[in-house]
Every structure is written in C-alpha cells, then in structure tokens.
Design a protein around this ligand. Sequence first.
Ligand code: BT5
Length: 324
Amino acid sequence: MREKILNILLDKNKEFVSGEEISEKLGITRTAVWKHIKNIKKQGYEIESVTKKGYKIVKCPDLLTPEIVKYNLSTSLLGKEIVYFDSIGSTNDYAKEIAKDVKEGTIIIAEEQVKGRGRMGKYWHSIKGDGIWVSIILKPDIYPYEASFITQIAGASIVKGLKKLGVDSLIKWPNDIIINNKKVSGILTELGAEIDRINYVVVGIGMNVKTIDFPENVKSMATSIRKEGYNLERIDILKEILEEFERLYSNYIENKDKTECIEICKQNSAIIGKYVYVLKGDEKRKVKCIDITENGNLVIINDNNVKEELISGEVSIRGDKNYV
Ligand code: BT5
C-alpha cells in the first residue's frame, strides 16, 4: 500500500494530490493514507502537506530505487524494467544470470557491491551510496566482434552526460573516464555469445560520485565527482548517462550510425596525440596514439614506427609516468 501511495505521488510530478483522492483510489481511509505518508517520509522523502490541497513530493531521498529512477528517466528502452539491490556481489554478475530471461534495456542497480569487478578479474571499489553501480542488459543484433563498440557508446554517453551537468571529463580509451588525470568512472562490457551470434551484452558502469576517501590501493589514481568539486546527485547523473546511452545506442542499432559516438570519443580523448604504454599480459610497449577508427579501435604508431589498430578489451593503457 505504501508503494502504491508513493507511486501516485510520484506520478503527479510534483503536484498536490488530495488525501481524499488517494483514499478513494485505494479504498482506504484518509487516516490510513496519512499514516502511510508518515512512513514514506521516514524513508527520506520530503513531502509537503497543505490543508485542502493534499500532499506533494518536494524531494526524493538519495537512493536509486526503481520508483525514483523511473520517475526521473525519460527513456523508452533503458530502465523500463529495473532490478534494485541495497547490496549485491556484482551487478554485472547478476545481470548475466538473468540476461536471457529479461527484456532488452533491463537495468540492475545496487547501492553497494561487495564483489564489484573490473576487467580481467580486477576489483572495483563500490561503497554503499557513494556512487552509481549499474548494469545494462542489451540484446543487439550484431556480430560478437562488433560488441566492443558498445564500450565506446558507454564512454561517449558518460562524457556527454557529465558535460550536460557542467562537468568536463575525458575518455582514456578503452574504458576509463577521467577528470584531472584521475579515474572517476570505469566500464565493463561482457558478452554472452555463440561464435556468430550475440545472446546478450551486459554493460557495467561504475562511477564515483560522493566518495571522499578511497582505499590505499586506488587512492593515487581515483577521484569522484564530489572530490572534483561538483555537488551533483547520483540520480541526475544516472539519468543523463542513460538518456545519452539510449540515443547513441539506438542510432547505432537502428541506423548503423556510429559517427556521433566516435566524434565524442575522439574529441574527448585523453590519449590521442600522446605517448602511452600499452599493457597486454606481461607485455609493455611504448606507442603513440593517433586516432580512433570508425569501429572504435585505437590507432597507434608502434615501437617499430608501424601503424597498428588495437581492439578494446585486450589491452590497458598507462601514461608515461603514472596512470594517465
Ligand atoms: C573498470 O575495470 O574500470 C571497470 C569497472 C566497472 C565497474 C562496474 S560497477 C557496475 C558493474 N558491476 C561490476 O561488478 N562492475 C561494473 P578496469 O579497467 O579493469 O579497472 C579496474 C581498476 O580500477 C582496479 O584494478 C583499480 O586499480 C581501479 N579501481 C578500483 N575501484 C575503483 C574506483 N572505485 N574508482 C577508480 N578506480 C578504481
């Protein structure tokens, strides 16, 4: 019942709803409505109540619950179904478990991950309420070898979404987003596929929003939106990223158009024009980055002065001295 009342208030989009209207709709007394409203307030919602007008939501709590996310999102594919956890191992792991049984666009959100993952078994620090830990389930009709482009779509969406909120960031190809040379966000794209057919793609996005203290092992390379001086809410950032993602992804799938995404990746690249180290297994090579191809691959001049294309997923990039 509490949830039904909350949804009525959220649906009204910041307008008043009278206690009478709610009690008639749900067949409960106005006193019962009032009691539920008290509980909704306890959850962190700010609700204004005015005699003869009723109730109106003034502010939602800082949570990424399905009600709050749906209330803010204006997408038509992403987030129509949302699975939400207060705490989970990894949203990507959960997404892969349920992927074949759910609709494309389903998203998994957690307030905390206790086994958050980066690429190749690395760990991802995901403290409760500090960031955005989300996985998007997609079912694109593309070949498995094309799927790495989806990481570029995620990167472009994050940069563009942050820009809309006044935050400048850069993409450290293939899957890091950086501000002031430190990592604020990482992308982990995983596939469920047969040789020539994709069953699903899970795109995991982790973004540090409110973190102030990072653990010793990531301290020197990590930052958060708040640490960089921006006082933004997680929900506003998530909304912008998902809306951008949907736009760029639909353009790719429906129109086979990758140009805008690649333009964003190139214009906001942290490494094009720079010398970097390419790490692959135990191998470490110093190369110069010169471009990103229309498929999202990185073009480099290698140590033998020969042009080469790198595919995301197989390499990590490090700067001359440090992380960038
Ligand atoms: C990534 O891997 O950057 C991908 C991170 C993806 C996280 C999301 S959260 C939702 C979804 N569910 C998951 O389980 N994962 C995804 P990679 O490029 O391999 O970077 C990993 C490295 O980043 C680690 O080895 C650390 O050095 C560093 N790191 C760990 N936690 C960090 C954090 N919170 N902020 C910045 N750097 C971090």
